[in-house]
Design a protein around this ligand. Structure first.
Ligand code: GAF
Length: 384
């Protein structure tokens, strides 16, 4: 992201003065999908693409926000009834409200922001936006008294309360806590985390974007979460200590098979297996065993496609192409219903894989997928 670009737009759009600049990244996730809201493990890292915003208090109680990319300008107040209509502005409004709920005396400000996280690619541009503003408002109005854990929760609560997505904590956590060159294993129940330096010698991580965006992704996502909660409710009758699917085994699940729908059962089966896969991948990484890491990624894809049913034809196709090319690991990344596959590719296979994926995808779907190299980067920060 280019500081001068954002600054020039801020100056042009407002009164010619400058404010402070903040930035937060999007994320990748090596493994552990739809496990976060089940109290399980995830394995994300922040990327070198994100949102950058210039912000300056304006002495009023009004937020004046300009989206540089959308060339859209919105003003809103800071009370609950002042929620703006534009969906992008609701993220900023939600963050303001959540900070206010946590005792921060948020006042009006001017802001212009831009981003380079591809939208709908499953790299969480929304978490990048939330973290940028949570971090900034904490600095500008809160004496930085809200800790980083709570800043991540501000982003998550914004999704729940103002954007209609009952997401887990992974995206916001990765965006706030990201560390250059490291992925993090996060226990989403306790929020304990551990950085894993990730520079796999001889391999590259690459995202292949199907450029498919599912219109109803949020409601389908919430439905998946509901399925998991239904199964937890059934398990609880037999095992009162079960709070999340994280607390269950496949054997326990089998015991309640008759009490849950077939669909909910499949969802839970995937989640329980996926939580274990994260731990297996961490162990494999400690031995530099990338073959096992890759194999687990393919298993995840299979589960997301056949049990959790959050893949789509285009993503399954990209996964098959990766397999045919001998790519070590490949799977749909993020919430699903479109977006990217994440691929662990041997250096010497990289060119062939990318060329083949582009050619075969175009042949089948009449358009090219996009390709992004992954650089694992730092989390939310003040730039100047
Ligand atoms: C989305 C959500 F926002 C995350 O919380 C997570 O559940 C992810 O989908 C799937 O792993 O990005």
């Amino acid at each position: 992201m280019d500081i001068e670009f954002v600054r020039s737009r801020f100056i042009k759009h407002f009164d010619g003065t400058t404010g402070s600049i903040y930035a937060s990244p999007g994320r990748i996730n090596l493994i552990g999908e739809h496990t976060d809201y089940n109290g399980g493990f995830v394995f994300p890292g922040a990327v070198d693409k994100g949102i950058m915003a210039e912000i300056k208090p304006n002495g009023t109680n009004k937020v004046c926000a300009y989206s540089i990319d959308l060339k859209d300008y919105v003003e809103f107040g800071l009370n609950e009834e002042d929620a703006p209509k534009a969906s992008w502005a609701r993220y900023i409004f939600g963050v303001c409200r959540e900070m206010i709920k946590r005792g921060v005396d948020v006042k009006g400000f001017n802001t212009a922001f831009a981003g380079d996280v591809p939208l709908g690619a499953g790299m969480s541009s929304s978490a990048a936006l939330e973290s940028t503003f949570a971090f900034a408002l904490n600095d500008l109005f809160g004496d930085n008294k809200i800790d980083k854990f709570e800043l991540a929760k501000v982003g998550q609560a914004t999704e729940h309360n103002y954007c209609g997505v009952n997401c887990g904590i992974m995206d916001q956590f990765a965006s706030v806590f990201g560390k250059e060159g490291s992925l993090m294993r996060l226990d989403c129940r306790s929020l304990e985390y551990q950085y894993f330096p990730f520079r796999p010698e001889g391999y590259r991580l690459v995202l292949v974007d199907s450029v498919v965006k599912h219109e109803l992704a949020s409601s389908a996502y919430n439905k998946r979460r509901q399925s998991c909660e239904n199964v937890v409710a059934a398990l609880k009758k037999k095992y009162p200590n079960v709070e999340f699917l994280r607390d269950a085994t496949l054997e326990m699940l089998a015991e309640v098979k008759a009490e849950v729908s077939e669909e909910d059962y499949k969802r839970a089966e995937y989640v329980i297996e996926e939580i274990q896969r994260v731990l297996d991948v961490c162990e494999a990484l400690e031995r530099n065993d990338y073959e096992t890491v890759g194999q687990k990624m393919y298993e995840t894809h299979h589960g997301m496609s056949k049990l959790y049913e959050v893949s789509c034809e285009e993503l399954d196709f990209l996964n098959d192409v990766a397999f045919d090319c001998g790519v070590t690991g490949s799977r749909v990344m993020g919430g699903g219903f479109g977006g990217c596959t994440i691929n662990l590719v041997k250096n010497e296979l990289y060119e062939t894989f990318i060329i083949t994926a582009k050619e075969r995808f175009k042949e089948k779907f009449g358009r090219s997928p996009k390709v992004y190299d992954v650089v694992i980067s730092n989390g939310a920060r003040k730039i100047c």
